[in-house]
Design a protein around this ligand. Structure first.
Ligand code: LR7
Ligand code: MN
Length: 582
C-alpha cells in the first residue's frame, strides 16, 4: 500500500513536471514569436517602426537614445527657461549683443550641459530605429562665435547623441580672430578624448566653402551640419539618420526650434499638429509653407518625415559621399546665402530627395543682426554678393521661364557678374538632372499658389518726384509703414521701385498701397501679383484706380498721399529712372 501511494504520488509529480515543461515550451514559443515581431527588419518606407512599448526606458537599444528619466535641474536657463541678467550686468549684456548679435553675457551664466524642453510630438518617444545606423560626423563651422554659445552646441551634441553612432564633432574655424577661439579651444576639447576635432582655415573662406571643406575632412559615413549656436534636443540623431539608412540619396532636415537671442529661452517653433516645409519666392527669399495635404496624406503617423522642396540652410544630414558626388556646394558661391537652394535643387533635380523630420528637433539662436562682414571675398566682387550667389544658382538650375521671374523680382541681377558656371552646367548634364519644370510640378507644387508667375515690369528703378528731384524710399522700415521721399542715391535697395504690367507697385518683396494715412509700404496680398496703379507715360501721374486719385507730394511737409489728380501739378509727377549696379 505504502509503495502504491508512493508510486502514485511519484507518477503525479512526473505528470506535473511534464506539464510544467510543456507550459514552459509553449511560453517560450509565444515569447519567441513576439520577439520576431519586435525584431523588425527596418525595411518599411520610413526605416523605423512605431511601437507602443512604454518609453522612456531605453538608454540605448535599437537605435534609440531616449533618456532613462527626465532630470529636473535647478539653475539659470535650466529646462530651456529664459534667464534674465541682474541690472548691474546690463552693460555686459548690451556690449555682447552689439559684438555677437546675441546676449553672450546671458549665455555665459547658463550651464553648457543645461536641460531643455523636449518639444517633440509625444508619439516620437515610441519609434524604434535600426541599431546599425551609419556613423556620423557633426560638422560645426564658425566665425567669431561666442565661446559659451559654441561650446553649448558641442556639449548638447555629445550629451544627446548615441555614442556608438556619433563618430566625431568636427569644428571648422573660419579664420576667427577672437583670442579665446584662437588660443584656448584646443585645450578645452581635450576632455572629449578625441571625439571633438578642430581644424582651422588659413584665411577667411565664408561659411559655404568652409562647410565643403568640413565634408571632405569628416570621417563619418553621414555628415550633419549645425550652426555654431544650436542646442540639439532629445534623441535628435536617430530619426535624422533612419531615412538615409534606407536610401543614401535622401537628405534630412530637423525641425528648427527657436532660442531667444536675449534670454536663451528655448521655444518650440510651432504646436503639435502643424507641419511646415521650405519654399521660396521669386527673389529667392526663403519661406516656409504649411505642408499640403497631398504630402501629408502619404503618411500613416503624424510624426513621420515628409518631403520638402528646400531647407533653411544651416541644419541637415546627408550621406557624405553622396554630398561629394554632387560636387559639395558650388565653389563659386561666396560666404553666405543661396547655398541652401543650390543644394536643394541639385538634390531633387538629380534624383535625390529632401525630408523634414518632425521627431528630430534642434534649437537655433536667431540673431538680431549679422555681426560679421563678408571680408576680402566680398571686396573683390562688384555688386551685392548674396544676389550674385542667387544668380549663379538660378542660371544653373532654373529653366528660362523661371529665370525671368527672378529677373523681374530682382531686376538689377541681370547686370551682375556671376562668374563662370561651366562646371555647374557640366555636372548637371553629367548627372542627367531633370529640368526645373519637373521640380515645380512634382516637388515644389505649392510655390505658385503663394507666389504666382510674375507679370513683366513696365518700369523699374528710382521713382523721382519731378517737383523736388527726390526719390520714393521705404527708409528700410518694415510694413506697414509710410513711404517717404529722400535724396536719390542710385544704389537701388530701398529706392528700387517696380511697376508691373498688372498695376502692382513693388519694393523688394513688399508692395506699395494707399490708405487714409498716406502712401504705404504693405505686405503684398499672398497669392496675387496685381495692383491698383496706373502710370500715365505722358502726364507722369500715378493713378490709384480704385480711389481715382493720384500720388501727391506735400510741398511743405513732404508727406505722400492720394490727392485729386491734377496733371499740371509737378508735385504729382513722377519719373522712373533705371539704375545699374555700382
Ligand atoms: O563667413 C562666415 N563663416 C562662417 O563659418 C560666416 C558664418 N560662418 C558660420 C557661423 O559662425 C555659423 O556657425 O556659419 C554658420 C552660419 O552662419 P549664420 O548663423 O550667420 O547664418 P544664419 O543663421 O543667419 O543663416 C542661415 O542662412 C545661411 C545662408 O548661407 C546659412 O545657411 C545658415 O546656416 C542658415 N541658418 C539656418 O538655417 C538656421 C535656421 C535659420 C533659419 C531660417
Ligand atoms: Mn545661424
Amino acid at each position: 500500500m505504502v509503495y502504491m501511494r508512493q508510486y502514485l504520488s511519484r507518477k503525479s509529480r512526473t505528470i506535473r513536471i511534464i506539464f510544467g515543461i510543456l507550459l514552459l515550451v509553449i511560453l517560450m514559443y509565444l515569447l519567441s514569436t513576439y520577439n520576431k515581431e519586435t525584431n523588425y527588419t527596418f525595411d518599411s518606407p520610413i526605416a523605423a517602426r512605431l511601437s507602443h512599448r512604454e518609453r522612456p526606458k531605453l538608454v540605448s537599444g535599437l537605435g534609440n537614445f531616449e533618456p532613462k528619466q527626465i532630470d529636473e535641474v535647478e539653475g539659470p536657463g535650466e529646462g530651456g527657461k529664459p534667464y534674465h541678467l541682474r541690472q548691474d550686468q546690463q552693460n555686459d549684456a548690451d556690449q555682447s549683443e552689439s559684438e555677437y548679435g546675441m546676449n553672450v553675457a546671458c549665455s555665459d551664466e547658463i550651464s553648457l550641459d543645461r536641460t531643455i524642453l523636449d518639444t517633440r510630438l509625444s508619439e516620437c518617444k515610441h519609434w524604434d530605429y535600426p541599431e546599425n545606423l551609419p556613423s556620423t560626423s557633426v560638422i560645426i563651422v564658425f566665425h567669431n562665435e561666442g565661446w559659451s554659445v559654441l561650446l553649448r552646441t558641442v556639449h548638447s551634441v555629445i550629451n544627446r547623441s548615441p555614442p556608438n553612432i556619433l563618430k566625431e564633432v568636427l569644428l571648422v574655424d573660419d579664420f576667427s580672430d577672437k583670442e579665446n577661439l584662437k588660443g584656448r579651444l584646443e585645450g578645452y576639447i581635450e576632455q572629449f578624448n578625441g571625439k571633438v576635432r578642430l581644424i582651422r582655415n588659413s584665411q577667411r573662406e565664408g561659411l559655404i566653402r568652409t562647410r565643403s571643406r568640413g565634408a571632405k575632412e569628416a570621417k563619418g559615413e553621414v555628415i550633419v551640419f549645425l550652426d555654431a549656436h544650436c542646442e540639439v534636443n532629445t534623441n535628435w540623431l536617430p530619426p535624422l539618420l533612419a531615412p538615409i539608412y534606407r536610401d543614401r540619396t535622401v537628405m534630412t532636415v530637423p525641425v528648427i526650434d527657436g532660442i531667444d537671442h536675449k534670454t536663451f529661452e528655448y521655444r518650440p517653433v510651432y504646436g503639435e499638429d502643424r507641419h511646415f516645409r521650405g519654399i521660396f519666392e521669386w527673389g529667392m527669399l526663403y519661406k516656409e509653407n504649411e505642408v499640403p495635404q497631398r504630402e501629408l496624406s502619404t503618411r500613416k503617423h503624424n510624426s513621420e518625415p515628409y518631403k520638402s522642396p528646400t531647407h533653411a540652410g544651416g541644419l541637415f544630414a546627408i550621406n557624405r559621399e553622396y554630398f561629394l558626388e554632387l560636387g559639395a556646394y558650388d565653389p563659386g558661391l561666396l560666404v553666405w546665402g543661396g547655398e541652401n537652394f543650390e543644394l536643394s535643387f541639385k538634390i531633387w533635380q538629380c534624383g535625390g530627395s529632401i525630408e523634414w523630420v518632425p521627431c528630430s528637433r534642434v534649437g537655433h539662436v536667431y540673431r538680431s543682426f549679422m555681426p560679421y562682414n563678408f571680408g576680402k571675398l566680398a571686396q573683390k566682387k562688384k555688386g551685392p554678393l548674396i544676389t550674385i550667389n542667387y544668380k549663379r544658382v538660378i542660371e544653373t538650375w532654373f529653366d528660362d521661364k523661371y529665370k525671368e521671374y527672378f529677373y523681374t523680382r530682382e531686376p538689377m541681377a541681370r547686370f551682375l557678374d556671376m562668374g563662370d558656371i561651366t562646371d555647374q552646367l557640366a555636372l548637371k548634364s553629367r548627372l542627367k538632372c531633370k529640368n526645373f519644370q519637373w521640380f515645380m510640378e512634382n516637388v515644389a507644387y505649392d510655390v505658385l499658389d503663394k507666389y504666382p508667375e510674375l507679370p513683366p515690369n513696365i518700369h523699374f528703378g528710382e521713382m523721382r518726384s519731378v517737383a523736388v528731384s527726390k526719390c520714393l524710399d521705404t527708409l528700410g522700415h518694415a510694413p506697414p509703414s509710410l513711404m517717404a521721399i529722400q535724396h536719390c542715391h542710385g544704389f537701388g535697395n530701398n529706392q528700387l521701385i517696380r511697376l508691373n504690367a498688372k498695376g502692382q507697385l513693388g519694393v523688394g518683396e513688399r508692395c506699395i498701397e494707399a490708405d487714409a494715412q498716406g502712401i504705404k509700404l504693405a505686405f503684398c496680398r499672398m497669392g496675387t501679383v496685381d495692383g491698383p496703379w496706373l502710370y500715365d507715360e505722358n502726364t507722369h501721374t500715378m493713378l490709384h484706380r480704385v480711389h481715382k486719385k493720384c500720388i501727391a507730394l506735400h510741398p511743405q511737409t513732404s508727406h505722400l498721399s492720394l490727392m485729386p489728380c491734377d496733371i499740371n501739378n509737378a508735385y504729382q509727377q513722377w519719373i522712373f529712372k533705371e539704375i545699374r549696379p555700382k
